[in-house]
Design a binder for this molecule. Structure first.
Ligand SMILES: Nc1ncnc2c1ncn2[C@@H]1O[C@H](COP(=O)(O)OP(=O)(O)OP(=O)(O)O)[C@@H](O)[C@H]1O
Length: 434
């Protein structure tokens, strides 16, 4: 068994969906990347999909004084800060690479020249609505940090500042997201003991937030980061019996060396006392009450956890859809019929998905044969789990049925889920290292 770092993963040709799915714009076709204005600045991300290597950029930047910020330059057309690898952000932080991008801004790996350690800095777009949301995120992060004494559940904020009209949030640097890990591992599922350990930590973090009357609202594998980038390469016995993967190296899969995870992205976090009727969550993880316009609260996070656990077991998102009616049809296919009392309360935008206010307008309302096929090929929850899980399937199915209850009032709460036999029963199983 060899130990490697996730940053060294080969990019495999099994792309099924974009690296990062925008929260609310996901239902629209993804935007093409803007033309690289200059390969020297933020164009670095367009060089064959990889960042410029540090040595190359430090060649360009060798002329710059070491401890100053670069001269002011205009933001790009989307309000993103234009950066160059190797230059300083402020005199304290040197930019090493780009780690990620979301709706709110870009996350850069930087070297903290004061504490001599790597950090991740989210540079928020210089657009007022994102600046305002960033200030709320900072408030949430500071509340979480105050109460999460061990700092083990949510990413730690180290500092924040306003730089050239960009709110910059300095975080501890974490490893890849669970989504990145699955993707770079050809979407091979995680073994059940790892799913159990990830699920336990995820629910513990959600319970912690809910105790503080905070609702994350955007839980998804992209927003769950492994603390460490290290992984182990092991033989993949499941796949050795399948002819699907017979290329070189395909008999191996990567598993994280440590299962420790933390939540990130509190940009959409909401307070429980607020009025909740707007649309939240990334499509695949969106709860039925959100789609039906019934109003939502903390149970919407537990629905997302249910979808995430299925994805970790199967390797693929459970509800791969872009539209509401198809999404509801998929839910019914996997979980059974929607309760009539929820159908009756659907708001005026959602009532069109139902026939005479009694049942889903499906398959009559389907937009294409392809859509009907996508729904039709989905198995029932029990079968789906049995296909992927060898032991503990019964307990896992029972837990998922509690997390994926249509009625939010009946859905398991995070603390209740943590007490479920899937987590508490003694299987004399091999624990997964934290
Ligand atoms: N502390 C961190 N350490 C390592 N990588 C990080 C860290 N924080 C964020 N990232 C990377 O940056 C990406 C974007 O971060 P984040 O989700 O906070 O941005 P966002 O703009 O709020 O995204 P969204 O569009 O989902 O709201 C993450 O998916 C992850 O890959």
């Amino acid at each position: 068994m060899e130990t490697q770092s996730a940053a060294e993963y080969p990019h495999e040709a099994m792309e099924k969906r974009p690296r990062k799915r925008p929260r609310l714009t996901w239902d629209m076709p993804p935007l093409l990347p803007p033309m690289a204005q200059s390969s020297l600045y933020c164009g670095q991300e367009y060089v064959n999909g990889y960042g410029l290597n540090y040595a190359l950029s430090s060649y360009y930047y060798s002329e710059l004084p070491r401890h100053v910020s670069p001269p002011w330059r205009a933001d790009d057309k989307d309000g993103h800060y234009v950066f160059g690898v190797g230059e300083n952000l402020t005199p304290r932080y040197r930019i090493l690479s780009k780690m990620g991008e979301g709706t709110f801004g870009r996350v850069l790996e930087c070297w903290d020249l004061e504490r001599m350690e790597p950090v991740a800095i989210k540079i928020v777009r210089s657009i007022s609505k994102y600046r305002e949301a960033a200030m709320i995120e900072i408030d949430v992060l500071q509340r979480l940090a105050k109460h999460d004494l061990g700092g083990s559940r949510c990413v730690r904020i180290q500092d924040w500042f306003d730089y050239r009209n960009h709110i910059c949030i300095v975080f501890e640097k974490l490893g890849p997201s669970l989504y990145d890990f699955l993707r770079k591992n050809s979407y091979r599922s995680f073994q059940i003991d790892l799913v159990r350990e990830l699920g336990r930590q995820l629910l513990d973090s959600v319970a912690f937030m809910h105790d503080m009357r905070l609702i994350h609202t955007d839980l998804k594998p992209e927003n769950i980061l492994l603390v460490s980038s290290e992984y182990i390469r092991v033989p993949d016995y499941k796949i050795q019996t399948s002819s699907r993967y017979s290329k070189d190296g395909a008999y191996f899969k990567n598993i994280p060396k440590s299962s420790a995870i933390k939540l990130i992205d509190f940009g959409s976090t909401s307070f429980e006392h607020q009025d909740h009727n707007y649309v939240v969550s990334t499509r695949h993880y969106r709860a039925p009450e959100v789609i039906l316009g019934l109003g939502w609260n903390s149970p919407c996070d537990l629905w997302s956890v249910g979808c995430i656990l299925v994805e970790l077991c199967s390797g693929e998102a459970l509800f791969q859809t872009h539209e509401n009616l198809e999404h509801l049809a998929m839910m019914e296919r996997v979980l059974g019929p929607l309760p009539i009392h929820m159908i009756r309360k659907a708001d005026r935008h959602a009532e069109k998905y139902f026939k005479r206010g009694l049942r889903l307008d499906w398959p009559e309302g389907a937009t294409s044969r392809e859509s009907m096929r996508a729904v039709g090929k989905l198995p029932r929850l029990q079968n789906l789990i049995m296909q992927h899980v060898d032991h503990s399937a019964g307990d896992l199915i029972d837990l998922l049925q509690g997390l994926l209850r249509f009625d939010p009032a009946e859905r398991l709460k995070a603390q209740e889920a943590l007490c479920h036999p899937f987590f508490t029963r003694d299987f004399r199983r091999s624990g997964y290292p934290l």
